[in-house]
Design a protein around this ligand. Structure first.
Ligand code: C2O
Ligand code: CU
Length: 432
């Protein structure tokens, strides 16, 4: 062998980026019937739906800026489709039957692939008869990893949800009860958080990613045993970490906390009846090494600064119990129109920035979600607030949002109270 040749080619290989050699990681999710210990250990188990034998489904971790490939195998006896909530991805990978894909038939597999542009906390869930399939358990966390790891001792994910079940853990399989749909939506009889870690040490600095995967429930939350700051909302880093006082998570919303552990960490849902414990992470040891330090912002997202809107749209939420009549043909409507129609709510030119005024004319709160984009919430004085993919609007209130529609395709815009969505509160925008 020519020795010089050998050395030269080795050097050339050394210059190539490492990931050119690594096989792109493939993830596999099999939607199937599972048995899950939702109730406390020792109480009954629940037969429900999930992925890869578990509910919530496995935590998927993908790398920002790198292609993620996820095969979804349908092991159910009915169709399904999976939506990657909050990811600004290619329209054909969005997982919305009728709008972006055909359903995945029983026994079939669909391969989704996309390059996630933002590092942060996202989640996946069924988007086919989702008021039912998500309520039965078809959801899980989707974490897009930072380019450089954050300085924490543990990165912990918590999936929060509630389920309508009997005391023995049997699901109450009734998902279209019109009374619930017309009110706050189907609410569970039992709620809890599933944490990705069981233990912490006193003195640990942790990142805690909270995901509200409930179909309809808004979680007002309180944490004891750790103190810290809010570092990200809906997967997007805040420019400055924010003081953590009141936390309210609408369905589908996420919050990332950076916290220092002082004792066992307890997560409570606050209610008029007092705190309801969703779960805890036991402090079993002490971290002797970590030194106190300020909580730094997470690496910034690279979305452009908000642009001035060239268009103003108004979306009035209508209907429901104790609400006015409307022109739609279902329980709920946007601007007198219920459900998905052939015509979009708006046809928007790619790159156009629109201000949308969301007016809640109903007697219930709604968490409005836009697919494929994040948008800025505007405050009453017009100043630019948080970047989100789901915004919570209370009765008799309105909220302006500002969105640059830079992602072409057909994107759903709907209430993420999934009972409200199936009751008519869903539409779409066409970005061309
Ligand atoms: Cu989280 Cu239309 O979905
Ligand atoms: Cu709603």
């Amino acid at each position: 062998m020519d020795r010089r040749q050998f050395i030269a080619s080795t050097a050339a290989i050394g210059l190539m980026p490492y990931h050119a050699f690594a096989a792109a990681p493939r993830h596999h999710l099999r939607a199937e019937v599972v048995t899950s210990q939702v109730l406390p250990e020792g109480d009954g188990v629940t037969r429900m739906l999930g992925f890869n034998g578990s509910m919530p489904g496995p935590e998927l971790r993908v790398q920002r800026g790198e292609k993620a490939t996820i095969e979804v195998e349908n092991g159910l006896s009915e169709g399904t489709a999976v939506h990657w909530h909050g990811i600004r991805l290619e329209n054909s990978m969005d997982g919305v039957p009728a709008l972006t894909q055909r359903i995945i038939e029983p026994g079939a597999t669909k391969t989704y692939s996309f390059v996630p542009p933002d590092a942060g906390t996202f989640w996946y869930h069924s988007h086919y008869i989702s008021h039912e399939q998500v309520a039965r358990g078809m959801m899980g966390p989707l974490i897009v990893e930072d380019d450089t790891p954050i300085d924490v001792d543990q990165d912990i994910t918590a999936i929060l949800a509630d389920w309508r079940m009997e005391r023995d853990g049997t699901l109450i399989e009734e998902y279209t009860d019109r009374h619930s749909i017309a009110h706050a939506g189907l609410l569970g009889t039992f709620a809890r958080a599933f944490f990705s870690s069981e233990n912490v040490r006193v003195g640990d600095r942790i990142r805690l990613r909270l995901i509200n995967a409930a179909t309809n429930r808004i979680f007002p939350l309180a944490i004891t045993g750790a103190s810290g700051r809010i570092a990200a909302l809906d997967g997007m880093a805040l420019p400055e970490p924010r003081v953590l006082d009141q936390m309210m998570l609408a369905p589908a919303q996420r919050v990332d906390l950076i916290m220092d552990v002082t004792a066992s960490v307890k997560l409570d849902m606050m209610s008029r009846q007092g705190p309801y414990e969703l779960g805890r992470i036991e402090a079993t040891d002490r971290n002797e090494i970590r030194r106190p330090s300020l909580i730094a912002p997470l690496p910034p997202h690279d979305l452009p600064a908000p642009a001035a809107p060239s268009r103003h749209l108004t979306m009035r939420m209508m209907g429901g119990a104790m609400g006015g009549r409307h022109g739609g043909d279902n329980i709920w409507a946007f601007n007198d129109v219920s459900d998905m129609q052939a015509e979009p709510f708006a046809a928007i030119q790619r790159g156009e920035t629109a201000k949308i005024t969301l007016v809640n004319e109903t007697s219930f709160p709604h968490g409005i979600h836009l697919h494929g984009h994040h948008f800025y919430e505007l405050s009453d004085d017009g100043s630019v607030g948080d970047l989100r993919d789901t915004t919570l609007v209370f009765p008799n209130q309105s909220r302006d949002i500002l969105c640059t529609f830079d992602n072409p395709g057909k994107w759903m815009l709907h209430c993420h109270m999934l009972s409200h969505a199936v009751g008519g509160m869903r539409t779409w925008v066409d970005v061309g």
